[in-house]
Write a protein that binds this ligand. Sequence first.
Ligand code: NAD
Length: 193
Amino acid sequence: MRGIDRAECDVTALDATAVAFAGLDGLDLLVPAAGIAERHTAEETSDAEWDAVIAVNLTHVFRFCRDALPLLRRRRGCIVTIGSGWGMVAGPRAVSYAASKAAVVNLTRALAIDHGPEGIRVNCVCPGDTDTPMLHREAAQLGETIDASTRPLRRIGTPAEVAAAVAWLASDEASNVTGTTLVVDGGSLAGTA
Ligand SMILES: NC(=O)c1ccc[n+]([C@@H]2O[C@H](COP(=O)([O-])OP(=O)(O)OC[C@H]3O[C@@H](n4cnc5c(N)ncnc54)[C@H](O)[C@@H]3O)[C@@H](O)[C@H]2O)c1
């Protein structure tokens, strides 16, 4: 397993996939997970902020998936993208983030359709609020505290719970699952269907 962090590779750089995939002769699993969140309305969102969010949250996912395909073909590997509950529904002051994550959900489906015949499965995990630095930065940006009291499970999730969903989708147990989204949000979206 190889994890690429920001210090090693800016995923928005044009040579990012060359750096990330250097020396690999095949790939079992690609999880393009880098993301940024800016909590602004449309009028509060500058062109630069929009471009930055789309570059990290969407364009990098597209480029990493595209450039991983030759490596994935060699191992009948799979892709698990990271969407968000806000790729399924929108939320307040999250224009660029919600747009980017909805696009990731449909990018996932489009990839699954094109590459299913090659045995490459492509699925998306959509986390809800999860206890990571991103969630705390968002709360600080909004001047709010994190409140899980209205959610069915009455708590925010953990990174391990998101990782477990990714691991299941990548496993043979999910061998007939492709083009889908697995929501890991403690039931937050349950009342929105
Ligand atoms: N935390 C949540 O509540 C939540 C909810 C839904 C979806 N997500 C998604 O989960 C994924 C992981 O986010 P997280 O919560 O761990 O956030 P985080 O901010 O804690 O981690 C994001 C990671 O992305 C990396 N990153 C950002 N821009 C980068 C760049 N240009 N190049 C390389 N790396 C870059 C950061 O260095 C960091 O390691 C993201 O796609 C995020 O949108 C998180």
